[in-house]
Design a protein around this ligand. Structure first.
Ligand code: PEP
Ligand code: MG
Length: 572
């Protein structure tokens, strides 16, 4: 029997099912005689939760799960948020009610606000809020928490939803995979699973109707399927896949500390995409030649107030110092579209992806933008920084952004704060920018092509739309032509061009992108060694020929066929 869900972390596992059980808690309102006692219990529960989270952060750091540590740190921030604390205490005093009811009501109010936002990313963040709330409540009631780090035999976890703090405790040695009934592609548990390389599937609706605790199942995280009651031949073919994946990972290690070059000696730099300084160990482990995209908006999300200039400065400094002398391209905040900040004033829009997103929002809220630019420029003295603006559609937008950078520089000079002059570049992710790249190239120091958005805006199809996936066509000649125009403009003006969208790690797209003239590819750190292995077998002359042919193809399939043809020729 086969059950299907959403594949969120690739890979395969065979193992026995472990159900994660839930405790039933009484949240009803009770009138209390001594509200101050409830507040005292609240403070004790917070202290206990704080030390648990701190211990978890330390142990996840030791297990080198930096992303998990960062998620737990954001839980700590929610836990200690003065607004939340004040609201709970106020409710207890105001209504002379019990602690559990007060915490639940306050948390529910926040959750309701988040849910009303109609924002997928934020809705998934609600899980984090629920997670911290439950932890405090269970501590207040002295209920023992399920500790996944104590599991010491191989299992596949099956749960209604896996809480991020639970995911953070997973020990890869024993937790072979996880499957949930709820959850989404961008939920924190998913991010953790991907970084840890644990195969995972979410959204299997009929999961609990069929799966039995303790039975052996096969998890195919690549296809998003679980198999129940399978036969021996299926089991042995999956075992073969598991062994193969393991040995592939091992042999890729021989590409560490090697340059990325084609057979005829053309060098390509492979950079990493990161979302926080906690991702740096993955960048180092996979030997990235720089950071090509630091999506800074992740620093601003999952919290109830904006990170201060100093807080941002410390993160940027850490990344620059760790990577030095390698280059670090930091993208200014890309909020709007499907990302929303509860503490920033963002108008409701009919078409958020076509609205005040990224640089457009920063122009609208210049003071907010300047805080980030100040933190970036202050950090510039600690490494090799480049600043990149997202969603640039016109040259004037870039020049306006550059003017704001100049204003911030003047403010820093007035205060005697040192900074370095840094390269300023743009993401090319809107067709208008790609089509006028020749003019833009006069003004900017570098280009980085964001293929995820470039494809969505070229095809006018929401990149997250469940049934419009067929219009996500990276190999369409329309996309190839736009990328080619950008590369030509960059070459004519002698500026570097990078690709930092998902296409950069696609093993079929890499030969094409190099053939089109891309200098750097920036990708998920886990993909770097595989890309390095692939590139060494190609001759750059053949890749240019491939790109030229692709420019004249009729459709995506024809381009894919051309790539396959070249790969087949190399195999001969
Ligand atoms: C892109 O659009 O390709 C890109 C890299 O940016 P993001 O995925 O963050 O929008
Ligand atoms: Mg983008």
């Amino acid at each position: 029997m086969l059950l299907k869900g959403i594949p969120v972390s690739p890979g395969y596992a065979i193992g026995s099912v472990l159900f994660l059980e839930e405790t039933i808690i009484d949240y009803s309102k009770k009138i209390v005689d001594h509200p101050e006692e409830e507040i005292k219990r609240y403070h004790q529960a917070i202290d206990k939760t704080k030390s648990q989270l701190e211990a978890l952060i330390q142990s996840t750091k030791k297990l080198t799960h930096p992303e998990s540590a960062s998620i737990l740190s954001s839980h700590l921030a929610v836990l200690l948020d003065p607004e939340v604390k004040k609201a709970v205490e106020h409710k207890i005093v105001e209504e002379s009610c019990n602690l559990i009811y007060a915490i639940k009501r306050v948390a529910d109010d926040y959750i309701k606000q988040f849910n009303e936002i109609q924002d997928l990313y934020l809705r998934e963040r609600v899980t984090d809020l629920i997670d911290v709330t439950e932890r405090v409540i269970k501590n207040a009631l002295n209920i023992a928490l399920v500790d996944l780090s104590l599991i010491n035999h191989e299992v596949i976890l099956v749960a209604k939803d896996l809480k991020p703090s639970q995911a953070a405790q997973m020990n890869k040695k024993y937790i072979k995979g996880f499957v949930t009934q709820q959850g989404g592609k961008t939920s924190h548990s998913t991010i953790i699973a991907k970084l840890m390389g644990i195969p995972a599937i979410v959204g299997i609706k009929n999961l609990f109707e069929h799966v039995i605790n303790g039975e052996e199942i096969i998890l195919d995280g690549t296809k998003g399927e679980i198999h129940l009651n399978f036969d021996d031949s299926m089991k042995s073919s999956y075992q073969h896949l598991i062994d193969q994946t393991k040995s592939e990972k091992q042999s890729l290690k021989s590409f560490i500390k090697k340059k990325t070059v084609t057979k005829d000696g053309k060098e390509i730099e492979l950079h990493a995409n990161i979302g926080s300084n906690h991702d740096l160990p993955y960048v180092m482990d996979n030997d990235a030649e720089g950071i090509g995209l630091f999506r800074t908006e992740l620093l601003f999300m999952d919290r109830l107030s904006m990170p201060s200039e100093d807080e941002q400065f410390e993160v940027y400094k850490d990344v620059l110092e760790t990577m030095y002398p390698k280059p670090v391209t930091i993208r200014t905040i890309d909020i709007g579209g499907d990302k929303y900040l509860p503490y920033l004033h963002q108008e409701a829009e009919a078409n958020p992806f076509l609205g005040k997103r990224a640089i457009r929002l920063c122009f609208d809220q210049v003071d907010f933008f300047k805080v980030q630019l100040r933190a970036l420029l202050r950090a510039s003295v600690h490494g090799n920084l480049k600043i990149m603006f997202p969603m640039i559609a016109t040259k004037d937008e870039f020049l306006d952004a550059k003017d704001i950078v100049s204003e911030v520089q003047e403010e820093l000079i007035e205060k005697n704060i040192p900074y370095h002059i840094v390269d300023l570049g743009v993401m090319i992710e809107i067709p208008a920018a790609a089509l006028t790249a020749d003019d833009l190239a006069n003004a900017v120091d570098f280009f980085s092509i964001g293929t995820n958005d470039l494809i969505q805006y070229t095809f006018a199809a929401d990149r997250n739309h469940e049934s419009l996936g067929y219009l996500y066509q990276p190999f369409s000649p329309s996309i190839i032509k736009l990328i080619s125009m950008v590369c030509e403009a960059a070459k004519d003006h002698k500026i570097p061009v990078s690709v930092c969208g998902e296409m950069a790690s696609d093993l079929n797209a890499i030969p094409l992108l190099i053939g089109l003239g891309v200098d750097h590819l920036s990708m998920n750190p886990e993909s770097i060694l595989k890309a390095r292995q692939l590139i060494k077998d190609f001759d750059s002359f053949d890749l240019s020929k491939l790109a030229k042919k692709a420019l004249h193809a009729h459709d995506q399939q024809e381009v894919l066929d051309l790539v396959q043809l070249l790969k087949d020729e190399y195999k001969k």
